[in-house]
Design a protein around this ligand. Structure first.
Ligand code: FES
Length: 312
């Protein structure tokens, strides 16, 4: 790939032509904060946390969707850039529960990390706050729209990785929210609980139910392992608190084959020392327990379908 010369934070550097400012900065070790960007998903440019100053441009463009051009002069942490990021954080916190003390995402939350980095302890914007009911209907995912920052990563992951389009934006303005079609809960949607949305959520809006209340993020260690359910060998994290395995966690996207439901959820069957729970399958829109014989029979059918998809 051809290289071009740009100036980043006062230094002349060579970066790949066609890359975004965000990618170029990352290439030379400069971190720019992002909330709606994910390297495995299409560009969105919605949250504006990644804004930078570019000589000759009137506004502060979003670095995740702005391509580098030869001779571009960029500042990633100019005072007005930092001020803009602080304002964005304040706007988000104005309608976000400040329950980090009890939130399972605490310690692994990008909003929390940036609030710390940019010293935003509270919001100066006061106004109405949402009081959404928590969607606890799925056996595997907890959806708390009160914590959603509308970054849209879950929507793009569902569409671009899984090809399902279960989630989308509904309503407009202050009432905008992420929800399945017709605003039904997860259990009543066609969601297959693949957890691609959970893996990319930067805050605590979508959380794996199996890990809820089991440990704070800093108490656990994550051990990368390779799924053995099929020949693809996808990577996962085994989550341990001390010597106890508390669950498995999908690794967040990345290039390559999207991780599948069997690996994301089925590893619990192997690593859980007390697999007392019965397998659940969705029948007529409701999760019902089935015996292992039936579950394994269905798994064999899904395996077959997966193989057919791969060879298509
Ligand atoms: Fe660039 Fe959200 S990360 S606009």
């Amino acid at each position: 790939m051809a290289k071009i010369t740009i100036t980043l934070n006062g230094k002349q550097i060579q970066v790949e032509a066609g890359s975004t400012v965000l990618e170029a900065a990352k290439e030379v070790g400069v971190a720019i904060p992002t909330l709606c960007h994910h390297p495995a998903l299409s560009g969105f440019g919605a949250c504006r946390m990644c804004v930078v100053k570019i000589e000759g441009m009137r506004n502060l463009p979003a670095s995740c969707v702005t391509k580098v051009t030869p001779g571009m002069v960029i500042e990633t942490h100019a005072p007005e850039v930092v001020e803009a990021r602080r304002t964005i954080l304040e706007l988000l916190l104005a309608n976000h529960p400040l329950d980090c003390l009890t939130c399972d995402k605490g310690g692994d939350c990008r909003l929390q990390d940036y609030a710390y980095e940019y010293e935003v302890a509270e919001s100066s914007f006061v106004g109405e706050r949402h009081q959404y009911e928590i969607d606890d209907s799925s056996p595997y995912i907890i959806r708390d729209n009160n914590k959603c920052i509308l970054c849209g990563q879950c929507i793009r992951a569902c569409s671009e990785i899984k090809g399902m389009n279960i989630l989308g934006f509904a309503n407009r303005g202050f009432d905008t929210k992420v929800t399945p079609a017709f605003d039904v809960n997860f259990a009543d949607s066609d969601c297959v609980d693949c957890h691609n949305c959970v893996a990319v959520c930067p805050v605590g809006a979508l959380m794996p139910k199996e890990l809820a209340g089991k440990a704070r993020q800093w108490e656990v260690t994550k051990h990368e392992l390779t799924c053995t359910f099929c020949e693809f060998g996808c990577k996962f994290n085994l989550v341990k608190k001390g010597n106890e395995i508390v669950g498995v966690e999908a690794k967040s996207g990345g290039p390559g084959r999207p991780l599948c439901l069997k690996g994301r959820l089925g590893l619990d069957l192997i690593y859980n020392p007390n697999p007392t729970a019965k397998p659940l399958i969705k029948k007529n829109g409701k999760y019902v327990p089935v015996d292992w014989e039936e579950a394994l029979r269905i798994r064999a059918i899904i395996n077959k379908l997966n193989q057919m998809q791969v060879t298509e």
